[in-house]
Design a protein. Structure first.
Lengths: 209, 209
DNA sequence: TAAGTTGTGGACGATCCATTCCACAACTGA
DNA sequence: TCAGTTGTGGAATGGATCGTCCACAACTTA
């Protein structure tokens, strides 16, 4: 009925878990990432993690809950990468931070030789329409990324690297679209060098004062 | 063993088909569009079209072949829309044609209240990795769109509406990315007005002479 | 050590789904 | 009208897949 205390690392447990939860989630992520939600079987995950079904279901609930968890953690990681690249520096380097971030995203897609794309895009494409949890989490993630970008654009404007007359909100939305678009056309088969060029071109076109 | 002459409209058939092939493909497309490949059942399609399984399999082969057909026709249609909007006009209106096309794509996504997205993006996200046919067709489609955009950009450059020093190939790739990106962030939950703004912002930033 | 609690793994049940099969219908040419 | 051919619908098949169940293991507390 109610949620019991699961595994608080040090809680007194009757029998301790024999697996590392993080490692299991990593493996599960690999599976979902490679094959999508509908395309991966719980048996695959059991196999990949070495867990029996009982443990798997006991620890994570059903397939949907497990996916939600993996998806949500992915979204968190996506935002954290952006935060790591974008926040906390002088205005003088804001434009460089923006360039670095956009180029990094392009490079990631360019190097994705296995064409797995991004779990965020894949999950949203497959499930956002029917699954409110996925839809909500992906919308949240977009909003967070947009805010990060807007903040840096404003900083670059303050320092005079981007035209102060431009609307930072709109530029942020455009950059986000370019980043997500690169991932989309990359999955659709556009070649890696073109992907890198797209990032550079977008950055070149940002309005100067 | 070998392919028989299927239905040449006027061929001498033993028993004529009782269904309109185009209508069946439309219905099948609706299903795949709404639920993805793995998510739609052949029973759903049989139900939606009113066909029995025998007719369905007899006419279209298996689920994979049916999807490939639907997917390929969608890709053709996507390119045709672009051709209709972009080709065949004076250089003086090339920039207007480009603007019209990009705005139309944004508007389509903005109006997609059911959040179905684009079957091209959805299909590529779900299957491009494992299915060479889907991967190839989507890559072809991207290439065709890119060519159409590049041609119009060159035209606009000739007329002096876009800086002649810019590389039309790169600008075309960027515009394609923006168009596909709008569709991606739209599915991820970005609101309609922002989508329209993104299109406008991208067009505003095209380099003037 | 004994009782109680939670984790484990794999067999099992129930369902779902793609595909095939088949008896029959609708047509053609002779 | 009579074969012969192709289309039709739905029952049947075979395999896959989710989630449960259960006997047993590994702990904690008393």
């Amino acid at each position: 009925m109610d949620d019991r205390v699961k595994n608080g690392y040090g809680e007194a447990m009757a029998r301790p878990r024999a697996f590392d939860e993080r490692r299991v989630l990593e493996r599960a992520r690999e599976q979902f990432w490679a094959s999508g939600y509908a395309g991966t079987r719980m048996d695959d995950i059991a196999q990949a993690t070495g867990l029996g079904k009982g443990s798997l279901y006991g620890a994570f609930g059903d397939k949907g809950k497990l996916f939600h968890r993996v998806f949500s953690e992915w979204c968190t990681a996506v935002v954290e990468v952006a935060e790591g690249r974008l926040t906390g520096g002088p205005d003088a380097e804001a434009l460089a931070r923006l360039s670095g971030y956009v180029r990094l995203m392009a490079e990631n897609t360019a190097c994705d030789t296995e064409r797995r794309g991004c779990l965020l895009a894949k999950g949203a494409a497959e499930l956002a329409q029917q699954d409110p949890t996925v839809a909500g989490r992906s919308a949240e993630t977009m909003a967070a990324l947009m805010t990060l970008l807007r903040t840096e654009i404003s900083a670059a404007q303050r320092h005079g690297d981007i035209d102060g007359a431009a609307d930072p909100e709109r530029l942020a939305a455009l950059l986000l679209t370019v980043v997500r678009g690169i991932e989309a056309v990359g999955k659709a088969g556009v070649d890696p060098q073109t992907l890198r060029n797209i990032a550079d071109t977008a950055l070149d076109l940002l309005p100067r004062p």
